[in-house]
Design a protein. Structure first.
Length: 143
């Protein structure tokens, strides 16, 4: 299957469904919720980088009501950022607590890709430090 053409609403939503692991019907995330996330992400992108939209549409940010072949007027280098933004907003509305961290990471990457700043993502997990045993050199032993 060829890579999706991210210039249309339909292909952008398909790309987002891949990020959300939501490719099997019935979908977990409705078309309506993903369109709302697309519109929110476009507005947020306008706030962060107004120059992305100035050349073609002035100060207006396009808004969409359905999944269609309508073109999304975003330059190619920002398309992945908007996919991350849409996924982050969709996850933020999810009822699962575990989705909060994924949402934060997607939204941080969305902002980073638009403004070129490294996101501060807290590191979680990892291997705990080994416990020190009593009587090892350098440690006082109990008497």
């Amino acid at each position: 299957m060829p890579p999706p053409n991210l210039m249309t609403v339909d292909s952008m939503i398909r790309g987002v469904r891949t990020l959300l692991l939501d490719k099997v019907r019935p979908y977990r995330y409705s078309d309506t919720s993903l369109i709302a996330a697309l519109n929110i992400s476009l507005n947020e992108g306008r706030r962060l980088r107004p120059d992305v939209f100035l050349s073609r549409y002035g100060i207006e940010v396009p808004q969409y009501e359905e999944i269609s072949g309508a073109v999304i007027p975003v330059e190619a280098q920002f398309r992945l950022a908007f996919e991350y933004g849409i996924a982050g907003h969709a996850l933020m509305r999810d009822q699962e607590d575990v989705q909060d961290q994924r949402s934060t990471i997607f939204l941080a990457n969305f902002e980073n890709m638009l403004v070129g700043r490294r996101p501060v993502i807290p590191l979680e997990g990892g291997t705990p430090a080994p416990k020190k045993q009593r009587g090892q050199p350098g440690q006082p032993s109990e008497t």
